[in-house]
Write a protein that binds this ligand. Sequence first.
Ligand code: 13P
Length: 251
Amino acid sequence: MRRSLVAGNWKMHGSRESIADLLQALIRESGLGVDGVDLVVCPPLPYLQMCQQLLSGSVWQLGAQNVHSQPCGAYTGEVAAPMLAEFSVRYVLVGHSERRQLARETDALVAEKFSAVLRHAMRPILCLGETLEQRESGRAEEVVAAQLNTVLEHSGVSAMADAVIAYEPVWAIGTGCTASAGQAQEMHRFIRELMARRSAKVASQIRIIYGGSVNAGNARELFAQSDIDGGLVGGASLKADEFITICKSVS
Ligand code: 13P
């Protein structure tokens, strides 16, 4: 039985004040019936320490939105995995489509970041997903398979035991146009089958969560699918009431 996971990716949103308010509301509300789910928030980096302090002793765990592949060095503006680990970060997003597109991250670089996270005893959340053009030209599975296989070849299937996969179709991110539960389940099953070719055990254990316009209205149906183990939530995770409703939809 896989334990569900819901993570909020706050992207480049918030201020010291709004994030403190949001966290306090999440901590208060999560006491009221969110059981059996790993709950994660990924704030912008400057707020990590404040979040670490506010979340201490709560059920919420801390995640980061990005990491560098190297443990230290002359990389102006970057943040290394051991630095994140010092702030009790447990999960790190790697390969988010916004980084693949805006920062031109390649599959190979994502694979290096993935192993850097594991080396420092945190869990990577590996984001995979196709663009609209790739889906419409019938290449969605091919693209997702290539993204996953680069990581599998770099780190080996056993490394996946400590990871989470997030399927986030690019066309559904921030558009309000969610994948239907059927479309999402189909891709999640495909990803699990790809894993099963290398290890049936890891395939049955790995958590595959869905992201892309998840909201309070569609979460329950998405999370009810047999291969969907939770969600990676963007915009809706910035509103405490809605995010808690989403978290409750999985438990
Ligand atoms: P939205 O939920 O705003 O579509 O964002 C999804 C996402 O990119 C989470 O990482």
